[in-house]
Structures are given as structure tokens and as C-alpha cells.
Design a protein. Structure first.
Length: 133
């Protein structure tokens, strides 16, 4: 009886969390780095957005909380109900954050592609191995 795709996905997620194989360990390391760096970038950008925008007339970024909300939604590329920055430094920061977000998406795609390739290599029969009939 074939295994359900959901059970297979759950098994693979547990294997990534426990770094069961070199492929799982490689993916976990990449994900930890991307999440850690992104959280740091989010916090730094929130501070910068707050400092750049807090005194601008008509800005929606009036507090650190609103700056953090805005930067988080920008980095997730889902946008928000807050208008874009008004001042030039805030706009430059916005563009740089969007470039970072695109880079992270590309890095994630590459990490998952690498993981899938490594997993297929791990599951492939070794040269000279006899396949079961």
C-alpha cells in the first residue's frame, strides 16, 4: 500500500528538523541561516524606517510597531495597508528591502532544488547494486 503524500511530507519535515541525512542537514542549515538573517534585516530595517519616516508629514510610520509591521510585510512581499514611505531615504530602504526579499525567494528556491536533487541521489541505488524484483 503506497504511503500518503501527507505522511511522506510529515516524515520529510521530521527528517529536516532532526538532520537525518546529509541532504536534510544541508536544507536545515540553509533555512536557519535565511530565517536568522531575515529576522535581523527586518529589525534593522524597522529601526531605519522609523528613524527615516517618523517626522515626515503624512507618513503612516509613527511608531516602531508600525515600522516593524511595514518592514515585515514588505519583506514577506505581501504589502500592507500602510502607504509607502514618503521621504527619499525611506523609499531607498523600501527598494533595498524588496531586492532582499526577491533574493531570499531565489535562495529558497535554490535550496529546495538542491535538497530534492540530493534526496534523489541518496535514494538512488548504488552502482553495482542489484535491484529487487
Amino acid at each position: 500500500m503506497p504511503i500518503s503524500p501527507y505522511r511522506l511530507a510529515a516524515r520529510e519535515l521530521r527528517a529536516v528538523a532532526s538532520a537525518s541525512t546529509p541532504a536534510h542537514r544541508h536544507l536545515r542549515e540553509r533555512l536557519v541561516v535565511l530565517v536568522t538573517v531575515t529576522v535581523a534585516v527586518d529589525l534593522v530595517c524597522a529601526v531605519l524606517a522609523f528613524l527615516f519616516e517618523r517626522h515626515q508629514d503624512g507618513t503612516a510610520i509613527q511608531s516602531f510597531g508600525s515600522a516593524l509591521f511595514w518592514t515585515s510585510t514588505q519583506l514577506l512581499t505581501v504589502s500592507s495597508n500602510l502607504p509607502n514611505p514618503i521621504g527619499t531615504p525611506g523609499r531607498v530602504l523600501d527598494v533595498l528591502m524588496e531586492l532582499y526579499a526577491i533574493t531570499v525567494v531565489a535562495a529558497l528556491a535554490g535550496s529546495f532544488a538542491s535538497f530534492l536533487h540530493r534526496r534523489s541521489m541518496e535514494r538512488a541505488p548504488h552502482p553495482g547494486a542489484v535491484e529487487p524484483r
